[in-house]
Ligand binder design. Structure first.
Ligand code: SIN
Length: 278
């Protein structure tokens, strides 16, 4: 597509693009929103630099793409339940997103996309986020493997991800986290392309298989999905924004900056129930 209201520069041949010529905290034209949406579908994750947004402006930007999601477990900004606070410092024992995942894939209708706005990157140059293209993960499998996977369902569970990380074991032992079944291969509702839809963070097993079959298959698929050639890696600055499509990409937040502080806000956009269409 020829972009007219924004500039789009690919970061790698396979995933990621930087967007120029838009002020996310200012007036954004309908044309710019349409082209940002197009760039997201084309590149799976798009990046903006030197942005300034209030929490309201951050939410307003997200609302151009759908209803805002409220996280089932993680802390939010006071008076802004739709803004997830992502913070790590010298007291952190774990950080959000340190295992490859698609956001909240344990939800019955997992988020369409997420918009992360960096307030404070760590001062040692660490804290990058890596993204991987799940269309390519699917497309590069052998034909017999694709056919085998297309009939399968995966279980995605929030319990082992959220209970320890947010201290529910001590504070709310009765809390129930989302757990859902999704097709192992999903059809993207907007592009119609097929993507592998399992991830190391949330996917516990494949429903139709024995554990002794499911565990090695998932390990193989996760290793394959994390192939370096399917990835890009983003280096944050204060004011950087990343917007990714959770339906076609997984991501991994690199925690190489302990005990330094990294602090960001995330707005997440509701999605729909994953489906597979032959
Ligand atoms: C996440 O949204 O999973 C965290 C990403 C990050 O902190 O880079």
């Amino acid at each position: 597509m020829a972009y007219q209201s924004i500039e789009v520069r690919s970061l790698t041949p396979t995933i990621g693009a930087e967007i120029f010529g838009v002020d996310l905290g200012g007036a954004i034209s309908n044309r710019q929103i349409d082209e940002i949406h197009e760039a997201l579908l084309q590149h799976l994750v798009i990046f903006f630099r030197d942005q300034k947004m209030t929490p309201e402006q951050h939410k307003d930007f997200g609302r151009h793409f759908g209803k805002l999601h409220i996280h089932p477990a993680a802390p939010s900004l006071e008076n802004h339940p739709e803004i997830l606070v992502i913070k790590a410092d010298e007291n952190s024992k774990r950080v959000a997103g340190e295992v490859w995942h698609s956001d909240v894939s344990c939800d019955a209708e997992p988020p369409l996309g997420s918009i992360l706005y960096m307030h404070q990157p760590p001062s040692n140059g660490g804290g990058d986020t890596m993204f991987a293209n799940m269309y390519l993960a699917y497309e590069t499998l052998s034909e017999p493997m694709k056919r085998f996977l297309e009939g399968l369902t995966a279980v995605h569970d929030g319990e082992h991800v959220f209970r320890g990380r947010y201290n529910y074991a001590a504070n709310d032992p009765g809390k129930v986290f989302p757990r859902s079944e999704h097709p192992v291969v999903r059809t993207h509702p907007e592009t119609g392309r097929k993507a592998l839809y399992v991830n190391r963070g949330f996917t516990t097993h494949i429903k139709e298989l024995n554990r002794s079959e499911s565990d090695p298959l998932l390990a193989m698929l996760n290793d394959h999905a994390e192939t370096p050639e399917f990835q890009c890696r983003f280096k944050w600055q204060a004011g950087s924004v990343a917007f990714w499509d959770n339906r076609a990409a997984i991501h991994h937040a690199v925690w190489d900056y302990y005990p330094l502080t990294r602090f960001a806000h995330r707005v997440t956009i509701c999605g729909d129930r994953p489906f597979y269409k032959a």
